[in-house]
Design a protein around this ligand. Sequence first.
Ligand code: GMT
Length: 378
Amino acid sequence: MNIAVLLHSGAGGSGVVATELGIALARQGHAVHFVADRVPFRLGEAGCGDTYYHEVETLSYPLFNAPLTTLSEASKLVEVIEEVGIDLIHAHYAVPHATAAVLARDMTRQNPAPAIVTTLHGTDVTLVGLQPAYLRTTQYSIGRSDVVTAVSRYLADATRSELGVARDIRVIPNPIDTQRFTPGRDLELRQRYGAADEKLLIHVSNFRPVKRVGNVIRIFAGVARELPARLLMIGDGPDRPAALQLARDLGVSDRVAFLGSFPRVESLLALADLFLLPSRNESFGLAALEAMSSGVPVVGSSSGGLPEVVENGRSGCLREEDDVDGMIECAVALLRDPDLHERYRLAARERAVSEFSGELVVPRYLEAYRAALEASGR
Ligand code: GMT
């Protein structure tokens, strides 16, 4: 199959899922064409067969306040459709990608036109899509897709109840490469981030308000009052300066390392004793799944779709969104009890492998593709 993938090419989870799913499909013999404004964050190092990158060119023009990226994306997509013969477009995130897909399908002279699968990832529904500025366009683009998938039951329900979309939505969880994200510590690397008797906590995100990085620091400070510990903060975003200041205010800045944003996080994840994700609302929590696959239990919030990934009391510990004390208590209990920690560690890995491994999830996407081709009359 010739597949065009529309995605956000930065470090966010939807772009990561789109890239890694595309790579997995290319490994199975499909030709995967990424259409984006820059090389996707996790594509660079893959070097994996039949993947292609088509750059969306943007145009700045004094009459426009900002470049009209949806239009450039649709134009580039039509070009790709007609040059290589695209069977199916997979749009990750409703706006602007599903919108550009619908527009390109209407514009192309290719007959039959490609089918469209749209995957909803989270804030495209719960935040951005609900804004009056985008609401009708989001509803329209979802409605005009041949098949719509959501990464959790929570998100599928929110799409129906909050966005008022009545159509069928398939729930397909995010896949994980369990061979790449695998337990196994590089002891030399571990030494670089703290002494052997210090517990290592880790957080990976784009440091946006929804991630509550302030609470990450508060939880860590609470844990560090009880036992020797260090925190690795991986990623970057608008809330980094405030998090850094809070670490200073709470007197833990010497034990918190901000490492920045980079694509290969697996070797660092495998070093950690706990992963922190106290987000306000996580529709899935891909970063938590990557940690679990690496054998790292998760402490986080029970809102949104995270409970569909992390089993509270087994592979991690989930508390109400702002229950920082509860999260501290749970983290300390886990870190103080090696047997309990080992049970959680094994359960986290086991859940990642048995529920979310690419071998199980990628075929579900292929099944959605077949349904979309059929629905589109191809
Ligand atoms: O909503 C975002 O934060 C953007 C999006 C992204 O591109 O990072 O993240 C969402 O998609 C991920 C992949 O499906 C999910 O793991 C994240 O939970 C989800 N983020 C939120 O719901 C906040």
